[in-house]
Design a protein around this ligand. Structure first.
Ligand SMILES: Cc1ncc(COP(=O)(O)O)c(C=O)c1O
Length: 405
């Protein structure tokens, strides 16, 4: 009889598919950038639900949208359209290069749609052999079979049988490597403008401009996966807007719903014509509940106040990390843009990120890693300055304890 026993971290090991190794505590309440666990212990949240909670926990405007729409209309399926979906699509179009929107529920699904669209466009508008997808080492695009296959971390795609074919991986930020493999049979080049899971590595400007030119030369589509780098995380609504390089397809998720599952694939009128009724779909994608929360999140994030605040908070975090590093000397470098920051551990501490994170949690701070040697910061875009300061004090204490244990 499991049902009537109290839930604890041990329950996880008994009832859940063993694919994650969650922290020892169970969060039960969040407000802004603070979280409380079952025992009432308070945490400062520098993890932001992995770059999802751009407006922190339970932002009043998102809660209001949830309640209002929750009492009106939750779901109609794709057999009917709905007002919040149309409004959110128009907002995304107004704010970006795009003219067409497809809604789904997760980053992986938006990418799955993007890859299918790119293949379909190339096959129907060019020729049937134009199917090659060029992607990058360390890239992460989600966990469906197509997206793990396009992702550049083979361990995620292995052990599941034959993979989708005609996908080539080359080193990130290496234009010559792209030049070597791209040809007229290439349907798309897929990249994260800032690789998140793979190590918080921003693309260089020259690389993105170069890839854009190569795509144009070979009539290949350029797909930007902005699932993590999008929705204000870098201080612009989308990271491509920093670089001045426009993709043909862009995927967005995570912060789009501020914690409510929703994702979108954005593209142009011309490319969208490759799809017709029945060519792709999802039951929940674009449901009114998710879209009204997406509208509320976008309205707040896409404002000069919120976007300008990102850079300011970036500087405060980097400054604090640099000071900490003068004391402890454990970081080799800090990288990333806006509030997607990676603190790379020195060689002698390689592989230790998880151990450090355990100490960090014990000191009342939620933080992430990217791989096993980088600490990753993806807090709310509107985290208060005093919360950053307090979080940094906790981090400092955790590192000191870890080094001295
Ligand atoms: C760049 C990028 N693409 C895709 C995904 C997958 O998104 P989801 O987990 O919502 O499927 C992630 C998730 O971390 C991501 O960072």
């Amino acid at each position: 009889m499991l049902e009537n026993t109290a839930n604890s971290r041990n329950t996880y090991d008994q009832v859940m598919l063993p694919i994650y190794a969650p922290a020892d505590f169970i969060p039960v309440k969040g407000q802004g950038s603070r979280v409380w666990d079952q025992q009432g212990k308070e945490y400062i949240d520098f993890a932001g639900g992995i770059a999802v909670l751009a407006l922190g926990h339970c932002h009043p405007a998102l809660v209001a949208a949830l309640k209002q729409q929750g009492e009106k209309l939750w779901h109609v399926s794709n057999v009917f359209t709905n007002e919040p979906a149309l409004t959110l699509a128009k907002k995304l179009i107004d704010a970006t290069f795009a003219q067409r929107v497809f809604f789904a529920n997760s980053g992986a699904e938006a990418n799955e749609a993007a890859f299918k669209l790119a293949r379909r466009y190339a096959i129907t508008r060019h020729h049937p052999h134009k199917t090659k997808i060029i992607a990058f080492h360390h890239a992460f695009h989600g966990r469906t079979f197509f997206t793990v296959s396009v992702g550049g971390q083979p361990k995620y795609a292995e052990g599941f049988g034959p993979k989708p074919a005609d996908i080539v991986h080359v080193p990130f930020n290496d234009l010559d490597a792209v030049r070597t493999v791209i040809d007229d049979d290439t349907c798309a080049v897929v990249l994260e403008p800032i690789q998140g899971e793979g190590g918080v590595t921003p693309a260089t400007t020259e690389f993105l401009h170069g890839v854009r030119k190569l795509c144009d030369k070979h009539q290949a589509l350029l797909i930007f996966d902005e699932v993590q780098s999008g929705m204000g995380r870098t201080g612009r609504l989308y990271a491509y807007q920093h670089y001045g390089v426009q993709p043909d397809i862009l995927t967005t998720a995570k912060a789009l719903g501020g914690g409510f599952p929703i994702s979108a694939m954005l593209t142009t009128d011309t490319i969208a014509t490759a799809m017709e009724t029945g060519a792709h779909g999802t039951t929940y994608g674009g449901n009114p509940l998710a879209c009204s929360i997406g509208c509320a999140a976008l309205d707040i994030i896409n404002t000069p106040e919120v976007l300008a605040g990102v850079e300011k908070r970036h500087d405060i975090i980097i400054h604090a990390l640099e000071k900490m590093n003068q004391k402890y000397g454990i970081f080799h470098e800090f990288r990333g843009k806006g509030l997607l920051i990676g603190a790379v551990l020195k060689v002698e501490y390689q592989g230790k990120a998880r151990e450090i994170l355990q100490q960090v949690a014990e000191h009342g701070l939620m933080l992430l890693s990217a791989g096993d040697s980088i600490l990753r910061f993806t807090p709310s875009l509107i985290i208060a300055e005093n919360e950053i300061t307090e979080g940094m004090v906790r981090l400092d204490m955790a590192i000191s304890r870890w080094l001295n244990q």
